[in-house]
Design a protein around this ligand. Structure first.
Ligand code: AMP
Ligand code: MG
Length: 510
């Protein structure tokens, strides 16, 4: 049911609507359901300023009315986007924004276009029986994790505002409701192309192809084979993105094709979490029974999803079908090499390696370290972060801070450190410079699962936002040891206890 807003607002968003203008058939105009008793959870001043919006005015009662769906600001044209998608391998020809709405796009002071939209603003024609709502916990999880990703320098959608609606939503139990306002380079996803391909809508696909290239790859505008060129560009962005995820131990949790952007931003923070003890088989999502989206599977799943994008693009490749299939297959088969190069770059960054002569030697060095982390159940984040202590102290072996995490594995660590030091000695530059580079690549602070849970719990059950605020402040400076201390003993850097970590499960928040 839609409740049309009757209030008005003088708040001005300089909205443009290129999606609505150029992509008929890919959305339905719709209105948010006004929240009955909204209350601020958080407004992202820093992001508002980056977007060129009037942060102080938006962080007001007027802003609260807008971000709770009570007032549709002038210039907004809310639409629910249509898309399809493979979810856990099974295809749904119609998913779409079942609880989200795009309000419009703004151009930031640098001329970059950003979508601004709601998540949790009520049912839409795409809700498929769902309530269209979101709960405070998952909304604040998305806020925290997306801000952490941004601070880590990993491409991501962001959160402009989070408000509690004053309404109760029914999940396994009753939970306080919330609306998140998300910004994104765009909401174009693999599933957007799949939606039109599933309907055999070739002219729609052509329009979408043109639009996507204009928005994300304008340099490819006049390329002779735009569909293949776009596919390659998306492959490169996704390979780079997933390599960054793997570097920080991030597990997305629901890498369905409707949750994979064409922009290369991380999107749709559901059951995501950061791995603590390094284990390639780590799965957190309560719905991922078979570990399809386990940590180590993410690069391969990205390729699987890109193959689905390739299929959707076949009708607009302007080639006879057999030839289109052959070219697309050959391109998708290049993905493992593209990913390997991104992953090697990431591994080198983490190990302080700059010169690039011995690719296979460097990758083997990194792989062996990852195996040690796994074998001795070392925290992924600290296992990398504390490596630089070896260089800083000029220690001939492991520092106590690092060895503490390896326990009985310390002799194996020592042997590996010896190899690493030999490799470092072959490159130009001093050890302390390598240590500085490493500390800018290996975070000290990630959103630890037990801290995230405690923050969400306090916000949901007691409306106490202090733990959330404190954690948000910490994760915004992930590399900065001066604030949190280099020791591993501060609450922001310590891994969860075995009781906190064992059987940790995350829920989709749907
Ligand atoms: P997600 O897991 O958030 O990527 O959502 C997958 C699909 O389910 C999308 O089409 C969502 O719009 C839809 N969906 C998720 N949660 C809800 C909800 N509470 N009500 C309606 N649709 C939903
Ligand atoms: Mg989604």
């Amino acid at each position: 049911m839609t409740v049309l807003s009757t209030q008005t607002s003088s708040l001005h968003f300089p909205f443009d609507h290129s999606f609505a203008r150029e992509l008929p058939g890919l959305y339905l105009p719709w209105q948010p359901q006004p929240a009955p008793a909204p209350r601020w959870l958080r407004f992202n001043h820093e992001l508002a300023r980056e977007l060129g919006l009037d942060a102080d005015r938006l962080a007001s009662d007027e802003g609260l009315a807008v971000f709770s769906g009570q007032v549709v600001p002038p210039g907004a044209q809310p639409i629910a986007l249509a898309y399809a998608g493979h979810q856990f391998g099974g295809f749904s020809p119609q998913l779409g924004d079942g609880r989200a709405l795009l309000l419009g796009e703004v151009l930031d002071p640098l001329g970059r276009r950003h979508d601004i939209g709601f998540k949790g603003s009520g049912p839409t024609p795409f809700s498929r029986g769902g309530d269209g709502k979101a709960a405070v916990g998952p909304v604040l999880r998305e806020y925290l994790i997306s801000e952490a990703m941004h601070a880590l320098g990993i491409p991501t959608t962001r959160t402009l505002a989070a408000v509690a609606t004053g309404e109760t939503v029914r999940r396994e139990r009753l939970l306080p409701g919330a609306i998140l306002t998300r910004t994104a380079a765009s909401h174009l996803r693999v599933g957007t192309f799949q939606f039109l391909a599933a309907r055999g809508d070739v002219s729609g696909l052509r329009r979408l192809l043109r639009y996507t290239i204009a928005r994300h790859d304008p340099a490819l505008m006049d390329t002779p084979e735009p569909a293949l060129a776009l596919l390659r560009a998306v492959m490169e962005r996704q390979a780079a993105l997933v390599a960054r995820w793997m570097g920080v131990g991030f597990i997305h949790g629901v890498m369905n094709t409707d949750n994979m952007t064409l922009s290369g931003e991380t999107i749709d923070y559901g059951p995501c979490a950061f791995m603590e003890a390094h284990d390639p088989d780590t799965v957190f999502s309560s719905i991922d029974d078979h570990g399809r989206y386990a940590y180590a599977n993410q690069p391969g799943i990205a390729q699987w999803n890109l193959a689905r994008l390739a299929e959707a693009l076949l009708p607009v490749m302007n080639l006879p079908e057999a030839q289109a299939v052959e070219r697309a297959t050959a391109l998708v088969n290049e993905y493992p090499a593209i990913y390997r190069a991104c992953w090697l770059t990431e591994c080198r960054r983490k190990l302080g390696l700059v010169d690039t002569a011995d690719a296979s030697g460097d990758q083997a060095l990194a792989n062996d370290y990852l195996q040690l982390l796994h074998r001795w159940q070392v925290d992924h984040t600290l296992g990398f972060r504390l490596l630089s202590t070896v260089l800083r102290t000029g220690s001939s072996g492991a520092t106590p801070a690092l060895a503490e995490h390896f326990g009985a594995g310390t002799p194996a660590l020592e042997a590996w450190l010896e190899r690493w030091r030999c490799r470092l000695a072959q490159q130009p530059g001093r050890a302390d410079e390598a240590a500085d580079r490493m500390d800018a690549a290996n975070p000290l602070v990630i959103p630890r699962n037990h801290l995230v849970e405690a923050a969400l719990d306090a916000a949901s059950t007691d409306a106490n936002l202090r733990p959330f605020e404190a954690l948000l402040t910490a994760i915004r400076q992930p590399f900065d040891a001066t604030r949190t201390g280099t020791r591993t003993g501060t609450i922001w850097t310590q891994p969860g206890s075995p009781e906190q970590t064992r059987g940790y499960r995350t829920f989709c928040g749907t």
